[in-house]
Design a protein around this ligand. Structure first.
Ligand SMILES: C[S@@+](CC[C@H](N)C(=O)[O-])C[C@H]1O[C@@H](n2cnc3c(N)ncnc32)[C@H](O)[C@@H]1O
Length: 291
């Protein structure tokens, strides 16, 4: 990020193990030309409290406006650093956002399936974001070191996927221009069961208006949860919004993206292992409230 803003106070939300740096320090004593191999990160080194308080001021970096976001560190194959006059340095832009991406399972599944689409995870928890960052770096490096004739090459080499630490409930329009996104994912979001906690849910009337702003007409908002009450809440609020229209589930049965959204995230896999139910509600962003 070139010019950035910062919330006032830092957060110390994590337990003692959260301050863990990368578990794979660069080995010393490398000879010239040798590359330090990044290890695939292990979740146990990135433990953090299950829920972040979305209302306190976290120490977060975010651009004042989307034009000031420097995407070069996230997608080096697609961007060079932002020029001083805010001229875009790439014809590409982030198009899909996994909001509350957790450990990044969806992104890692979709990246090679859609190698030409830039996708971004947004995650508020520091250690979890670090895990996904390290996971992407290790996977990119492993891909780049494969012999040319290897059958393990994945299309795009994971250069189209990245993650940012962000509070999506506060800063969505800081990162994305109006109509920039074509897909938004809200997968197994924190349920915040108690009535007095409902305001912390990631789908509320006020937030839906922001999501409608960054999602382009025709774009799709996916929700999946194993909590029936939360499913009903999300579907009810989205149905009530004039800029969203529900997509019948049968229209998406063959959609590989929905399949990944249901099954590829860490939470989704946990629900599968426990043989729990999954509730799906997907909506299209309308062009016009009258449509
Ligand atoms: C229950 S987890 C689900 C993670 C992932 N989507 C999955 O299915 O495995 C919800 C995630 O959303 C993140 N989160 C909650 N509120 C957020 C916010 N306002 N902005 C960004 N991330 C948020 C949490 O830190 C947590 O990692």
């Amino acid at each position: 990020m070139s010019k950035r803003t910062r919330d006032e106070t830092d957060e110390m939300e994590a337990g003692p193990s959260s301050a863990v740096a990368s578990p794979s320090p660069a080995p010393s004593g490398l000879s010239n030309g040798e590359v330090a191999l990044l290890k695939v990160p292990q979740k146990r080194f990135y433990r953090q409290r299950a829920h972040a308080n979305v209302f306190i001021d976290h120490e977060l970096d975010y651009p004042k406006r989307p034009e000031e976001m420097d995407w070069a560190t996230h997608y080096p194959q697609y961007f060079t650093s932002t020029s001083s006059d805010d001229t875009p340095t790439s014809s590409k832009q982030v198009e899909w956002a996994d909001v509350g991406c957790g450990f990044g399972g969806l992104l890692m599944a979709l990246a090679p399936m859609f190698p030409d689409t830039l996708m971004l995870g947004m995650e508020i928890r520091m250690s979890v974001t670090k895990y996904v960052t390290d996971r992407i770096a290790a996977t990119r490096q492993a891909q780049s070191l494969l012999p040319a004739d290897s059958t393990e090459h994945q299309s795009g080499g994971f250069q189209n996927v990245s993650v940012i630490r962000a509070n999506s409930m506060k800063h969505m329009p800081n990162f994305f221009k109006k109509g920039q996104l074509s897909k938004m994912f809200f997968l197994f979001p924190d349920p915040h069961f108690k009535n007095r906690k409902h305001k912390a849910r990631i789908i509320t009337t006020a937030l839906i208006a922001e999501y409608a702003y960054v999602l382009r007409p025709g774009g799709i908002l996916y929700t999946v949860t194993d909590v029936k009450d939360l499913h009903e809440w999300m579907a009810h609020h989205l149905r009530a919004h004039p800029l969203f229209t529900p997509i019948p589930n049968e229209d998406l049965v063959d959609d590989p993206i929905l399949k990944a959204a249901r099954t590829a995230t860490e939470e989704g896999r946990k629900v599968e292992r426990n043989k729990g139910d999954k509730w799906v509600a997907c909506f299209t962003r309308k062009e016009d409230p009258e449509d």
